[in-house]
Design a protein around this ligand. Structure first.
Ligand code: NDP
Length: 449
């Protein structure tokens, strides 16, 4: 394993996030590789860490002042052993090769867990939609699609949204694809309801994450009823995590953005959540404004001198990190455990650092890693692809019932794999082993390609 990680480091120098994601999976699947020499002989893991294809391109566009701007675009097609590539686009200034490769790698195992036939991919740009006009975002999206359209397709690669890519961006991207290809197909998911989108897709990641938390609690004879919850972020995943947590009887007391967080001891009600959705999705405002509107809430700006995030230092039963990678460090994990957290369900991808994960595993709390807990989003994207192929639309209730069934199935796949390898209750090993084995079997059957 040491030799394998040395090889990864020398082939991917400085790609910290990618190496972090690979290291975690490699450690988890070690017992599988020991048991299955054919996986070692055919270099399954070595092949999995190498993207099948990686496209990097220039994205030029003109801003509202008439000035030319240049961003960098990416599409990373990681693995297509079990289905067409599938994974979101992220538009955020922090985007780089390492971050997208980690996200694409995670996506391979997550998609395998969903029970649906989807390979793994990720893409995006260092473009920041924040502070841009709708016209600027449109021009950027059209320029981005001008290149990426030749690499994707309904049976090849079906992108979706991620940080900075919501309904508005998917609309502009889809319009450009349709014009360039002269065909109306389900090439992107997260589309609007009148043009091929699925009900419950916007809700799916957040709802699915709370369903997963509820399944974990059920293993201890417990439920979401009365649970105090910490949620980070205030975007798509965070908003619908709050909605489902409230519906299932929980009380959510925090939300955040990259500038700070709010703590509302009395709990975020459905009415307050409606305001947040308007603030973030229509006005594109900041979470600070919540504390101006509801004076009982306290706003705390980010303090870069702290080595922990105070959001994670409140008494709570459940934590739903739903902003970004590595947002819970060792100290945050210690604070959460010290304050009595019972469940951590990751809405974001890889939000906990490896030493933070160790704290959760050592404390034996219910810890659901992102690739299992947030798989509801890509699952309903898969269902959107199914509806597009059938040229049919399912009802809200039908899609939600599928989502719940899939989250239950992911949960039981994790539990069974962890049990089989002598690590009961370890959802990290369970998720990694169950996802890995499915993809490995397909790769084995398809030969050395
Ligand atoms: P959004 O863009 O809708 O929201 C992201 C939120 O996180 C915003 O509140 C943003 O604040 C905050 N945030 C982003 N980057 C940082 C940062 N570096 N530090 C602090 N806060 C930050 O994205 P989503 O809700 O779609 O995605 C959130 C997470 O969930 C990501 O990790 C994503 O990969 C993951 N995910 C999303 C899925 C989906 O279906 N959308 C599916 C599975 C996982 P600000 O506005 O200040 O930037």
């Amino acid at each position: 394993m040491k030799e394998f990680m040395n090889m990864c480091e020398s082939c991917n120098p400085g790609e910290v996030e990618f190496l972090q994601a690979v290291g975690e999976v490699a450690e988890s699947v070690r017992p599988v590789l020991e048991k299955r020499p054919e996986y070692r002989k055919t270099k399954i893991l070595e092949r999995m860490v190498e993207p099948e294809r990686l496209v990097m391109f220039r994205v030029p566009w003109v801003d509202d002042k008439g000035e030319v701007q240049v961003n960098r675009g990416y599409r990373i097609q990681m693995n297509s052993a079990i289905g067409p590539y599938k994974g979101g686009f992220r538009f955020h200034p922090s985007v780089n090769l390492s971050i997208l490769k980690f996200l694409g790698f995670e996506q391979v195992f997550k998609n395998a867990l969903t029970t649906l036939p989807m390979g793994g991919a990720k893409g995006g740009s260092n473009f920041d939609p924040k502070g841009k006009s709708d016209n600027e975002v449109m021009r950027f999206c059209h320029s981005f699609m001008n290149e990426v359209f030749r690499h994707i397709g309904a049976d090849t690669d079906v992108p979706a949204g991620d940080i900075g890519v919501g309904g508005r961006e998917i609309g502009f991207l889809f319009g450009a694809y349709k014009k360039l290809r002269n065909e109306f197909v389900g090439v992107l998911t997260g589309k609007g309801l009148t043009w091929g989108g699925s009900l419950i897709r916007p809700e799916a990641t957040g709802y699915g994450c709370v369903y997963f938390a509820s399944e974990m609690l059920a293993t201890k004879g417990d439920s979401m009823e009365g649970k105090v919850c910490l949620v980070s972020g205030a975007g798509n995943v965070a908003q619908y995590t709050v909605e489902k947590a409230i519906q299932m009887g929980g009380k959510v007391v925090t939300l955040s953005d990259s500038a700070g967080y709010i703590y509302d001891e009395s709990g975020i009600t459905k009415e307050k959540l409606d305001y947040i959705m308007y603030l973030k999705n229509v006005e594109r405002g900041r979470i600070k404004e919540y504390a101006d509107k509801y004076p009982g809430a306290v706003y705390t700006p980010v303090d870069p001198s702290l080595d922990y995030n105070p959001l994670w230092n409140h008494n709570a039963d459940c934590a739903f990190p739903s902003a970004t990678q590595n947002e819970i460090n060792r100290k945050d994990a210690q604070n959460l455990v010290g304050n009595g957290v019972k469940v951590v369900a990751e809405g974001a991808n890889m939000p906990t650092t490896p030493d933070g994960v160790d704290i959760f595993l050592d404390a034996k709390i219910l810890y659901g890693p992102g690739k299992a807990a947030n798989a509801g989003g890509v699952s309903v994207s898969g269902l959107e692809m199914t509806q597009n192929s059938m040229r049919l639309s399912w009802t809200r209730e039908e899609v939600d019932a599928y989502l719940l069934r899939i989250m239950k199935s992911i949960h039981s796949a994790c539990v069974s794999a962890a049990d089989e390898y002598g690590q009961p209750g370890n959802y990290v090993m369970g998720a990694n082993i169950a996802g890995f084995t499915k993809v490995a079997e397909a790769m084995l059957a398809q030969g050395i390609i």
